[in-house]
Design a protein around this ligand. Structure first.
Ligand code: PMP
Length: 285
C-alpha cells in the first residue's frame, strides 16, 4: 500500500512519524474517514468541511486547502487502485521534540498529515446491512466535546470490545438515560414511520452521513424528529438503524437482547439505505 505522510507518497513500511508527535503522546489530533465507491469519493465536501471545523475548534492551522486535500485523496485512490473502500485522514499537532502540555507554536511546528487507503471490495453489499446488527447499551464515558472528531478513540474501542464480548456487533452509548450515539455511528429509531435521532450538540459527532440521510428523508416526505430517546423507547420502536461513512445506513435489529419490531431490518431503514447509496453515488466526485 502507498500511503501519504507530510507531502510524500511512499510504501507503508517506509512511512514514519516522530515518537514526540502530540498525536502519539496526547491524542492531540483529528481525523476523517471518507468512503470510496466505484473509485469515487462519497460526501467529500462534507468531510472536508467538518475537518476544517475540528481543526478550528482545536486552534490548529489547516495544512492544506480543500482542492489539495481532494487531489491527495484522488492520488491515493489511483495509486492503490481502490474501487471500494475508505480513505483515512489524520492531522495531528506534530511536535518539535520533547513532551510538553503546552501547544508548540504553529508558525514553526507544522501539523503531521497522514492519509492511507483501506480497500473493502463490496463495501456497499456488506451482509450486516441485509441481516441487521445487534447492539448493547453502555454508559457514555467519553469527554464532553464529541462534536470534534479527535483521535481519542480509546473509550469507543472499549465499547466495541464490550459489545463483541457480549456476542453482539456494537454498543450504543447512554448518558442521563438517553442514547447519545453508537461507538462509531449515529443512532436512530423509527416509530409510526417517524424517524427519531438525537439533536446536534457537543454530545455527539455531527455525522456527515446523518446530514445527508436527514436531507434525503425530508426530500422523500419522511417525517423526522430530532430529539433524544431512551433504550426502552428503542426496544419498543418499530425499527432502529445507524449511519456512518463506512456503514452508510445499517439496520439495528436487537437492542440489549430485545428484538426491535419484528427483529428484521425495517422498511424505512432499508429504503433510506437504497436512497443514500443511489444519491451519494450520483454525487460522488
Ligand atoms: N458518531 C461517532 C462517534 C463516529 O465516530 C462516527 C464515525 N466517524 C459517526 C458518528 C458517523 O459520522 P459520519 O457519518 O460522518 O461517518
Amino acid at each position: 500500500r502507498i500511503v501519504y505522510v507530510n507531502g510524500t507518497y511512499l510504501p507503508e513500511a517506509e512511512a514514519t512519524v516522530s515518537v514526540f508527535d502530540r498525536g502519539f503522546l496526547m491524542a492531540d489530533g483529528v481525523y476523517e474517514v471518507t468512503s470510496v465507491l466505484d473509485g469515487k469519493l462519497i460526501d467529500f465536501d462534507g468531510h472536508a468541511a467538518r475537518l476544517t471545523r475540528s481543526l478550528a475548534e482545536l486552534d490548529m492551522t489547516p495544512p492544506m486547502a480543500r482542492d489539495e486535500l481532494l487531489a491527495v485523496h484522488r492520488e491515493l485512490v489511483a495509486r492503490n487502485a481502490i474501487t471500494d473502500g475508505m480513505i483515512y485522514l489524520q492531522i495531528t499537532r506534530g511536535n518539535p521534540g520533547d513532551r510538553s502540555f503546552t501547544f508548540p507554536d504553529p508558525e514553526t511546528t507544522p501539523c503531521t498529515v497522514v492519509m492511507f487507503t483501506q480497500s473493502k471490495p463490496g463495501l456497499a453489499d456488506d451482509p450486516a446491512a441485509k441481516a441487521g446488527i445487534r447492539v448493547i447499551s453502555i454508559p457514555d464515558q467519553r469527554w464532553g466535546r464529541r462534536d470534534i472528531k479527535t483521535v481519542q478513540l480509546l473509550y469507543p474501542s472499549m465499547g466495541k470490545m464490550a459489545a463483541l464480548a457480549a456476542g453482539v456487533d456494537d454498543a450504543w452509548f447512554v448518558e442521563d438515560g438517553k442514547v447519545t450515539e453508537g461507538t462509531s455511528n449515529n443512532a436512530y429509531i423509527v416509530k409510526n414511520r417517524k424517524i427519531i435521532t438525537r439533536e446536534l450538540s457537543s454530545d455527539i459527532l455531527h455525522g456527515i452521513t446523518r446530514a445527508a440521510v436527514l436531507r434525503f428523508a425530508a426530500e422523500a416526505q419522511m417525517e423526522v424528529e430530532e430529539r433524544s430517546f431512551t433504550i426502552d423507547e428503542a426496544k419498543g420502536a418499530d425499527e432502529a438503524f445507524i449511519t456512518s461513512a463506512s456503514a452508510f445506513v445499517t439496520p439495528v435489529v436487537e437492542v440489549d437482547g430485545a428484538a426491535v419490531g419484528d427483529g428484521k431490518p425495517g422498511q424505512v431503514a432499508t429504503r433510506l439505505r437504497e436512497i443514500y447509496l443511489e444519491e451519494s453515488r450520483k454525487a460522488a466526485i
